[in-house]
Design a protein around this ligand. Structure first.
Ligand SMILES: [Zn+2]
Length: 340
């Protein structure tokens, strides 16, 4: 009678343990089987009424049922623990081959990129890249460039004057003067950098913009040399053969002076809105260095001559990347910058 109820209890409890779906259900099964008021304990209470022989036998089968149930509980507990561990490992798994999150690295500004392209190109042609101060003296910005105080060219440049007679350079040409003074002839140099003019700002005018000027001084430099270098430069920058033309242009520091135009890259010369239907786009100013400029910097114009040129890096960047408003470039607006 007791034998039977122990076997029944055992198989019922084993089934409950096996079917427990959560650690909570398993604990309930344990309490029901092995707890102080559980099935085995209740059965044990009845043993007192048994004969000693019987009591021993029933005691043994109770113990063996207890052992079986404890083993089943431990095994099931182990399963739950393993499943929990596996779940945690799945959730916390890290793919070490993925790039780390970390901060966004960013990239170069489009103007910086163009400037560096020029620097590499001219370095490969034997030119030195020179830097100069953005706050200049009147002498380097105007006088040494054949622009005396009375010269009308000073009116062409709306200048930011500073206290004490200095100014924010209106072009990178002062660096050419510094280069001539310091290095002397023969000289091949470029001067990229930031320049400032007191412009009212709109879609095509900025008070702060980037220029690149260059100069080559040697014996018997001609306009043919000038054209050769300008074509090499523009072909490299636009990454294709370009057709250029020279028109007379006035810059106080060159004689003769030219405006150099490039045949419109968009329409190939047939006329479009970008070239204002002319087929040509004005690209840079250039010329043979004025003898006065050489003389001022201590170079004998009887022995040496050279060419100089200047172009707007800002405008070039706008053409290259088809940017229709100059104000974007200095805006610091990430929606704009992240496109490059
Ligand atoms: Zn065109």
């Amino acid at each position: 009678m007791l034998d039977e109820s122990i076997r029944e209890l055992e198989s019922r409890c084993l089934a409950r343990i096996a079917s427990a779906a959560t650690p909570e259900e398993l604990e309930a099964a344990r309490v029901e089987a092995l707890g102080r008021k559980g099935g085995l304990a209740q059965t044990g209470k009845d043993m007192g009424k048994l004969a000693p022989e019987e009591r021993k036998r029933i005691g043994q089968s109770l113990n063996s049922a207890r052992e079986k149930l404890e083993q089943a509980l431990e095994a099931k507990k182990g399963q739950f623990a393993e499943a929990a561990l596996r779940g945690r490992l799945d959730a916390e798994w890290i793919d070490l081959t993925l790039p780390p999150p970390g901060p966004h690295r960013g990239h170069l500004h489009p103007i910086t990129r163009i400037q560096r392209e020029f620097e590499e190109l001219f370095a490969s042609l034997g030119f030195t890249v020179l830097d100069g101060p953005e706050v200049e003296t009147e002498y380097y910005n105007f006088d040494a460039l054949n622009i005396p105080a009375s010269h009308p060219a000073r009116d062409m440049q709306d200048t930011f004057w500073l206290h004490g007679g200095n100014l924010l350079r209106t072009h990178t040409s002062p660096v050419q003067v510094r280069g001539m003074e310091r290095l002397g002839p023969p000289l091949r140099m470029i001067a990229p950098g930031r320049t400032f003019r007191n412009e009212s700002v709109d879609a095509s005018h900025e008070h702060t913009f980037y220029q690149l000027e260059g100069m080559m001084i040697d014996r018997q430099v001609s306009v043919a040399n000038l054209i050769h270098f300008m074509k090499a430069m523009l072909t490299a920058v636009f990454r294709r053969e370009v057709i250029v033309r020279l028109r007379p242009g006035f810059f106080p520091f060159v004689e003769p002076g030219f405006e150099l135009d490039v045949q419109c890259l968009l329409c190939g010369g047939s006329g479009c809105p970008v070239c204002k239907q002319s087929g040509w786009v004005e690209q840079l100013g250039c010329g043979l260095v004025h003898p006065n400029v050489l003389r001022t910097s201590g170079i004998d114009p009887e022995e040496w001559n050279g060419f100089a040129f200047g172009l707007g890096l800002t405008r070039l960047a706008m053409m290259r990347y088809e940017i229709d408003d100059i104000r974007w470039l200095q805006s610091g607006d990430l929606r704009f910058l992240e496109q490059f």
